[in-house]
Design a protein around this ligand. Structure first.
Ligand code: MG
Length: 309
């Protein structure tokens, strides 16, 4: 059984409490704020801000909240700093990779790798490339449109329909590892024979786990590979990849909205439940499966709202 620990701010704890309210367990452990069972995962939140996710989908369930700013716990941070970056790393020529959409109920999962040469660092800064969490969607779209005109990059999108086919037999972690590996290989081929100084993956799994996921792959990007949480603040290549991935996700979400015939929100909150219920009423599970990641707890909540059996 896998488990993940996150640290949440008081306001995020409140949001989590509201999100899981309908699936609280009958009693709560000592010192806990609440305990809930959702999506095959037991979620226990403590007053200290620590939130424990246990169960088969612990990682993807925690991922929803990471996108909203919850942080990995100190213990996991320490483990990941084992692959601390060399001094001056932010000035190197790097291929960075990041994914967007894994915590959003609606829309695709997009993974992007982008190469940023040392000589382009100043230009990227000038274009406003920084942590996409600090940028509005409008800013992200504008910057991404600039970036794709000159940065070597590779992008892969897994649409909900495909995602729902793969997901029951593959963890989200493995899916992400395979996608990161693919885009990194593509991006490296694009700039060949030039070689990057390093690869930086925005960390979503321990290094060992990441490479375990890739066992059996024909080609594995494993030279000079570094992992860092908050990779977008460690090198502009990850920040650029993240911006392009978000842009691509937003376009994908738009397409899903058109398919559904109603605007679909990003994220996985109560708004998503309501929108999903509307989609169910229009086209049932077949339509919902084309626009949403069905294994999220939102599906069951939407069925209840829509009275769908
Ligand atoms: Mg990331």
């Amino acid at each position: 059984m896998s488990s993940t620990v996150l640290m949440a701010t008081p306001s995020l704890l409140k949001e989590m409490e509201a999100a899981y309210q309908t699936c609280f367990t009958s009693s709560f452990p000592p010192y806990s704020l609440f305990s809930a069972r959702s999506n095959g995962t037991v979620i226990t939140a403590y007053k200290s801000g620590k939130v424990l996710f246990q169960g088969a989908h612990a990682e993807s369930e925690a991922g929803r909240w990471k996108e909203k700013g919850a942080e990995t716990s100190d213990k996991e941070k320490k483990a990941s700093s084992a692959s601390a970056l060399p001094k001056g790393f932010d000035q190197w020529s790097v291929i960075g990779s990041d994914e967007v959409g894994n915590g959003s109920y609606f829309g695709p999962l997009t993974v992007v790798a982008a190469y940023v040469d040392q000589s382009q660092l100043a230009l990227l800064k000038e274009l406003g490339v920084k942590d996409s969490k600090n940028l509005s969607d409008k800013q992200i779209i504008a910057i991404a449109k600039d970036l794709v005109t000159f940065l070597p990059y590779s992008s892969l999108t897994v649409w909900p329909e495909k995602y729902n086919q793969i997901q029951p037999s593959m963890s989200q972690g493995k899916m992400k590892a395979l996608l990161h590996n693919q885009v990194l290989l593509h991006a490296a081929k694009k700039i060949s024979p030039q070689k990057p100084d390093a690869i930086l993956i925005d960390q979503f799994a321990q290094e060992k786990t990441y490479f375990n996921y890739l066992t059996g792959e024909k080609e594995i990007m494993n030279q000079n590979v570094y992992f860092a949480t908050k990779g977008e603040s460690r090198h502009l290549a990850v920040a650029a990849a993240s911006i392009i991935a978000r842009y691509s996700f937003l376009k994908g979400l738009d397409e899903c909205s058109q398919l559904a015939g109603i605007p679909l929100p990003s994220g996985a909150g109560a708004q998503s439940d309501v929108a999903a219920a509307r989609v169910l009423k229009k086209g049932g599970l077949p339509l919902l499966g084309k626009v949403a990641k069905l294994h999220f707890a939102n599906t069951e909540k939407a069925k209840k709202i829509a009275g769908y059996k």
